[in-house]
Design a protein around this ligand. Structure first.
Ligand code: CUA
Length: 160
């Protein structure tokens, strides 16, 4: 082999290794997860035992500035709860997680659209001002039952 050929070959190999090392270090360093600010985590294997998601549904909010906390579990291939009623005008913290794979939590005709990822609790703060039935769908292909993943949020006016 020609001398220059050898030099170029080792230069190329060296550069490749260097880039892979940099990539590896930065991946580990950043933990390969979304921006860390305010992210709440959950053990995906114990979603059913977790206080927060034991019985998914609507609860009075423990957080100041909110009326309700809506806990929802996305799993192959359903949403829990399958139906929920929310009083019109409520300020709600919507929280979603999943024990299995990535799902796309979308509430039709609203701005609510977020990923549900195993290990993380996805949050969305909103006020339900419009009365009606809002279909919850999954917009991230998650398997054969993907299209069966639905739930309904019913925003109801007060009886007064
Ligand atoms: Cu869950 Cu698609």
């Amino acid at each position: 082999m020609h001398k220059y050929e050898k030099i170029w070959l080792s230069f190329g190999t060296g550069a490749l290794i260097l880039f892979l090392v940099i990539l590896g270090i930065s991946a580990v360093h950043q933990g390969h997860s979304p921006a860390a600010s305010g992210i709440e985590t959950i053990n995906p294997d114990h979603v059913r035992d977790d206080e927060r998601f034991k019985e998914p549904g609507l609860y009075e909010s423990k957080e100041e500035g909110f009326d309700y906390d809506l806990y929802m579990v996305a799993s192959m291939f359903r949403y829990e709860p399958t139906e929920v009623e929310i009083p019109k005008g409520s300020r709600v913290r919507v929280m979603v997680t999943t024990p299995d794979v990535i799902h796309g939590f979308e509430v039709a005709k609203t701005n609510i659209n977020m990923m549900a990822e195993p290990g993380l609790i996805s949050k969305y703060h909103t006020t339900f001002n419009k009365e009606g039935e809002f279909l919850v769908v999954c917009n991230e292909y998650c398997g054969t039952g993907h299209t069966d993943m639905t739930s309904v949020i019913k925003v109801v006016g007060s009886e007064e």
